[in-house]
Design a protein around this ligand. Structure first.
Ligand code: UD1
Ligand code: CA
Length: 450
């Protein structure tokens, strides 16, 4: 049995941000959420999150995750002080406590399992995760004797010049035998460079402590500033992109593309440069997205083409071409084999199969049938200043260039709207509608006036 505690009370001064450090996003998910995700497969009996700086914000951000208990650390006097706050919560508990820094988001579950297993097999009082880094700057240094038995952890700021040369660092991930830790915790001292209570000091006092080096040092990157945030982002992106390329997706110029972990891609999808795929997005086989597109919370069917466009919260069915320079948003749904072209905006618009809106249109709150042709410059006037209204358009209807459809309005099937018309009344099937003043031509008009 294991209880997990996540330290997430620090401000994260080096981020220079109003947002608590652990809430900064990394490829669509907060740093602390990623830490929580990494422990879920261990099925911990309790998950305690220590919150302090910006605790209301942190709690709100994590409100949807089940089984979390929040422990307040009202003053942030160091990582040891943070763990001290657990004492009343773990009265009488005997078993292992996994302590994770809330700012180490790339840990794999295997690494944690390995740490816990080593801890149990050796009946250690504590087992810590370590790594040998070519650039150990900023991390606590781990000093071991024989057989990886830890003697001391010294913070970077407290190290002597010689100690600082030790490249073995503390990852900030620990497995403690709680009964042993509980005995030591009340006696921590804050006599160090930062005047803080360090959890790392407890390590030197609990009994037999072992360090194990992490297999992939990228996993233990701690996020303290925006540079490390960018490094973590890069590592995550590399992982995600490699996964999709192995599964048969072509990425052209991968370094210019970003893909959230929540995105699903099918084989033979091609992603072109400067394209960003976010949120709950699915792209089906044969589709070609980009260059220069943003796709967020969207479902794109097979063989869809999107160029230089933004598609959010929308569905595009098979064979449809979007762009260049189109904007789909607010639950737009475009049928099969449609064409949505230059400078067309769709908002909450449902377009039937083989419908085209090729140039310069705003279609908001519209439902169309199939094979509709929306002429260049057609606008749905859907807002009367108070409410939004719908426009219904039947099958095979064609709107002329520069038509304005004043909603609420219904156009039947096979309707033709003359160019430049402003339509304010419903139109039945098979009609031609002209709603503009007739052209008046006065021959010789200028000559009469001279
Ligand atoms: C810590 C370790 C260091 C290790 C490094 C790994 C200590 C003293 N040092 O240093 O040995 O190499 O992590 O990344 O533990 N926190 C609280 N309450 C506090 C202070 C911090 O909850 O009062 C939380 C922070 O929100 C953060 C985590 O603890 O998530 C680590 O704190 P941070 O200040 O970043 O420690 P480091 O200086 O990185
Ligand atoms: Ca840190």
């Amino acid at each position: 049995m294991v209880v997990v505690a996540i330290l997430a009370a620090g401000k994260g001064t080096r981020m220079k941000s109003n947002l608590p450090k652990v809430l900064h996003l990394l490829a669509g998910k907060s740093i602390v959420e990623r830490v929580i995700d990494s422990v879920e497969p261990l099925s911990p009996s309790r998950k305690l999150v220590i919150v302090g700086y910006g605790s209301a914000k942190v709690k709100t951000a994590l409100a949807d995750i089940s089984g979390l208990e929040f422990v307040e650390q009202t003053m942030q006097l160091g990582t040891g002080h943070a763990v001290q706050q657990l004492i009343p919560y773990l009265q009488g508990y005997t078993g292992d406590l996994l302590v994770l820094n809330g700012d180490v988001p790339l840990l794999s579950t295997e690494t944690l399992q390995n740490l816990w297993q080593t801890h149990q097999e050796n009946q250690n009082a504590a087992t810590i995760l370590s790594a040998k880094l070519s650039d150990p700057k900023g991390y606590g240094r781990v000093f071991c004797g024989e057989e990886n038995i830890v003697q001391q952890i010294v913070e970077d700021k407290d190290c002597t010049a010689i100690q600082r040369q030790n490249q073995r660092i503390n990852a900030g991930i620990y497995c403690f035998r709680w009964e042993k830790l509980a005995q030591v915790l009340p006696h921590l001292q804050a006599n160090n460079a930062q005047g803080e209570y360090y959890i790392t000091d407890a390590v030197a006092q609990v009994g037999q402590v072992m360090a194990i080096d992490v297999a992939d040092e990228q996993e233990i990157l701690g996020i303290n500033d925006r540079l490390q945030l960018a490094t973590a982002h890069e590592i995550l992106q590399k992982r995600v992109k490699q996964k999709w390329m192995r599964l048969g997706v072509t990425l052209i110029d991968p370094s210019s593309i970003t893909i959230d972990e929540t995105v699903e891609l099918q084989p033979d999808v091609i992603i072109e440069p400067q394209t960003h795929l976010r949120g709950q997005t699915l792209i089906q086989t044969g589709s070609r997205i980009g260059p220069g597109s943003l796709i967020e919370n969207a479902q794109l069917g097979e063989n869809v083409v999107v160029q230089y466009s933004v598609v959010t919260d929308s569905i595009v069915h098979a064979g449809t071409r979007i762009g260049p320079y189109a904007h789909l948003r607010g639950h737009a749904e475009v049928g099969n084999n449609c064409r949505i072209g230059n400078f067309v905006e769709l908002k909450n618009a449902q377009l039937g199969d083989r419908t085209n809106a090729a140039h310069l249109s705003y279609l908001g709150d519209v439902t169309t049938g199939t094979q509709v042709n929306i002429g260049a410059g057609t606008i749905t006037a859907n807002y009367d200043g108070v409410k939004k209204h719908r426009t219904q358009i039947g099958d095979r209807t064609k709107t002329g260039s520069n038509s304005v459809l004043v909603a609420p309005i219904t156009l039947g099937n096979d309707v033709y709207i003359a160019a430049g018309s402003t339509i304010t009344e419903d139109v039945a099937n098979d009609c031609l509608v002209i709603a503009r003043s007739r052209q008046v031509v006065k021959p010789g008009w200028r000559m009469e006036r001279v």
